[in-house]
Unconditional design. Structure first.
Length: 581
């Protein structure tokens, strides 16, 4: 309503300016009767022509005025939305997954940051679904905010127009009026919140068949107006969002993330810098500072000792993004990346099979240069798989169990996910080109990714895998292999071939064996810190208010179109009325 009234006042002012501009001519005609009579004769003689010109001019003027009104209305609407949905907030820090608060708070103590930023507040935000026990109504489009009192530095809650704070105790929540209306909630009611399983984003590959969410029940302490913090929406949408607010401790306990958070909001000392080159330079410099604050631990890297003296770099995220591999490798003296995959079954040409085995993709040329050669079995030629082929090495134990040798074909059955995180079954035939003994670099159980409930199990019969597994298919020979060699790969293939088969949206390699430079400790992650950026950790800084205000820019084309249309009307009429000699 305020937007429309403002635009109406501007239009009225424009009409008054036109009247004032025309008033001298009207006054002159009124005072000078001769001119007035001449004007009347001219008007009678060219009535139709004059009427056409007047109507065309009126139409063009209306179109131009309407364009200005529409443009002003759109700008005002976007400005109002940004102001209401981002109360006191100019920018945000966001992480794809919850991270230690230090990654944010260390940024806050840099002098460059303190010089520009007045206030900050940490948040833990996740999408949720809320069901009111009393009404039975459900809202599946809810945002949960875990917050501390520092958020009050940005804005306040409001109830019946009065400024309030949310005095939320453990086991309680506050909600906004929009959610209360959507789900029929009253103060004192009980709601059930359903949020994503805290492990689902990290271990998506191992949670198929498992529940992807968790839930808990809370008492509604307060219902706040859709204003101030009750209107909070970091996406700055035009319509209010359903929101639930709880204290930070409860939110962290619900999501089982310890003391981690995934967002921070901040406000500038000089709020006029929003959308300016000064803000762009500040945020760019802040990104550089963020790169300094993060390190190898931010992407959950871990070091596994190898029986052969080198170390193996893995990640609790299981898969790593491809661009990280050369950057991390540059920090070491010797480096050999791998993709080790836990497959469902290996089948020999005679039908013999092995359940749940590891297959490792390897850059054979790079690995041979960095480490020892294979200990070739006496029955096998010293032949490695060619790059980009479906050729394989098998260890001597696997060759004996499946009854295979060079030239034979084995079938590998596996489970993977596509780009939409959908579960898919697959199978591939591999041609055996060599057999290696389980010694030297062929004996390396540390290459198995740290799959929860698997990689550290004493026996494969003790596996508590977080993915569907048929333990009944495990035979005595599978148990014997695990007891002797743990996750040591049974089959080795080309790294690019493994990537083609088993890459997923989270990455295309899982580990690397390496020697560090000089006397650096094999057990230290410190020398990998410089290779990891904030972007790798999924942390980014956003000009949230400026981005929200910029959403009006694409709408300016409509204003320009109407202005051009009005101008064309005026111009075409003017050209049409020019006399031709």
């Amino acid at each position: 309503m305020d937007v429309m009234m403002s635009s109406g006042y501007e239009t009225l002012a424009g009409i008054l300016l036109v009247i004032l501009a025309a008033s001298p001519a009207v006054w002159t005609l009124w005072k000078r009767r001769l001119l007035a009579r001449a004007a009347r004769r001219s008007a009678r003689g060219h009535f139709k022509q004059g009427l056409t010109v007047a109507l065309t001019a009126a139409l063009a003027t209306a179109v131009i005025a309407g364009a200005l009104v529409v443009g002003d209305s759109m700008d005002a609407m976007v400005t109002t939305t940004a102001t209401e949905s981002l109360p006191g907030i100019d920018g945000t820090l966001r992480a794809v997954q919850p991270v230690e608060t230090g990654y944010f708070t260390r940024l806050f103590i840099y002098p460059e940051w303190m010089d520009k930023v007045k206030k900050e507040a940490l948040l833990l935000t996740v999408p949720a679904a809320a069901t009111c026990i009393q009404s039975g109504e459900r809202d599946g489009q809810v945002v949960l905010y875990g917050f501390s009192n520092s958020l009050y530095g940005m804005g306040s809650f409001y109830k019946n127009g009065d400024e309030r704070t949310a005095n939320i105790e453990t086991g309680e929540v506050a909600i906004n009026r929009y959610l209360a209306d959507q789900a029929g909630v009253r103060e004192g009611d009980t709601i059930t919140l359903r949020v994503p399983n805290p492990s689902f984003g990290r271990d998506f590959l191992f949670l198929f068949g498992e529940d992807s969410s968790v839930e808990a029940t809370y008492k509604v302490r307060s219902i706040f107006d859709n204003a101030g913090l009750g209107r909070l929406d970091l996406e700055a949408k035009r319509t209010p969002s359903s929101s639930v607010f709880m204290n930070m401790d409860d939110a962290q306990e619900l999501l089982e993330v310890g003391q981690k958070v995934n967002s921070a909001v901040f406000q500038y000392k000089n709020r006029q810098m929003v959308g300016t080159d000064e803000e762009t330079r500040f945020l760019s410099h802040s990104e550089e500072l963020l790169d300094i604050t993060v390190g190898a631990e931010s992407i959950e890297l871990a070091i596994q000792p190898s029986p052969r003296g080198w170390s193996v770099l893995t990640s609790d995220r299981i898969f790593l993004q491809g661009h990280l591999e050369p950057a991390l490798g540059a920090s070491t003296f010797s480096w050999s990346p791998t993709l080790t995959y836990f497959v469902d079954r290996l089948v020999g040409p005679g039908g013999a099979d092995l359940s749940y085995s590891t297959v490792t993709g390897l850059d054979f040329a790079k690995d041979r240069k960095a480490f020892d050669d294979w200990r070739w079995n006496a029955s096998s030629p010293s032949t490695e798989p060619n790059a980009g082929t479906l050729e394989a090495l098998v260890n001597n134990w696997t060759a004996n169990e499946l009854g295979v040798g060079p030239g034979d074909t084995i079938t590998v059955d596996y489970t993977t996910v596509n780009d939409r995180y959908q579960l898919e079954k697959g199978s591939v035939d591999l041609v055996v080109v060599g057999v290696v003994d389980i010694t030297g670099k062929a004996y390396d159980p540390s290459l198995l990714p740290p799959i929860p409930g698997v990689h550290d199990a004493v026996s494969c019969l003790d596996w508590e895998a977080p993915f569907p597994m048929d333990i009944q298919t495990i035979e005595d020979e599978d148990v014997a292999y695990w007891n002797a060699y743990k996750g040591t790969p049974k089959v080795w293939i080309d790294l690019d071939t493994a990537k083609d088969l088993w890459s997923n949206p989270d990455g295309n390699w899982t580990s690397a064996r390496y020697y560090p430079h000089g006397d650096t400790s094999n057990t230290s992650l410190d020398y990998f810190d410089d290779a990891v950026t904030a972007s790798d950790a999924g942390i980014a800084i956003h000009a949230t208010r400026a981005d929200a205000l910029a959403t009006s820019d694409p709408l300016a084309i409509f204003e320009s179109m109407f202005l051009a249309f009005g101008a064309v009307l005026l111009l075409s009429e003017s050209i049409r009325r020019v006399p031709v000699e």
